[in-house]
Design a protein around this ligand. Sequence first.
Ligand SMILES: [Zn+2]
Length: 278
Amino acid sequence: MPSRRPFFFCVLLLLGSLPLPASEHAALATSPASTAIMTEAEQVTTSPADALERLYQGNDRFVSGHRVARDWPAQVHATAHGQHPFASIVSCMDSRTAVEQIFDLGMGDVFSIRLAGNVINDDVLGSLEYAHKVAGAKLIVVLGHSHCGAMKGAADDVVLGNLTSLLAHVKPAVVGIPNDGSPRTSKNLKFVDQVGRLNVILAVRLIRERSAVLRELHDRQTIDIIGGFYDIETGKVEFYKPLIGADPEPVKKPLASIPAAAPAHQDAATTKPAHAAH
Ligand SMILES: [Zn+2]
């Protein structure tokens, strides 16, 4: 990529991985805050793989405690007349999963769509179509997380006002986990996380199935559509990557055949692991 920003990140990452003398820590603390933002030229030359690499690196910085210092007023000024995000992330409303934090992102870096259970509905699809067909972003990530309250609510068949219809979006993931005899309620966190992972995989499939606009971009390899799962205990994200250009027909493999004990991304017919973030 032509930008100096990845190099800047690499330098920061390298610095973050090495023990530094106290004097150098002090120098880092007083170094100028970043004013770098995504430019149109940078977005155009960013591939889906480049976009994923940015997220890997950002999550590494977040986990290691070496986030980039940013000059926020300068970034506000620099993005005032346009935005060129490299990705869009559909994540849960959970207060512990703000993507700008867990991927160490700056102003204008990504489109962020957040709602309970990171569910996919027509409004989300419309937002994604704008983000990728109109605004040029390169990577869609559906990001679930461990111990998700929406998965717990769906597992427990919670009925409450409009929440009932929202949780119905999660129900296919609940029934898709094979019954191994263990409790299938919110009390069983292993089950809750199995549901959360499958919910992400189903959401990725749903995006392809229900959006002809995004399916075309995906088939042309202009964008990629992947899943991710955030561990609220470690701060780490693991990603699940579907095959680019996969069969656009609905998945024929029965959901029940997805292993319950193993991560759902091992369903090689439609997905493959992209990169388990350490
Ligand atoms: Zn959640």
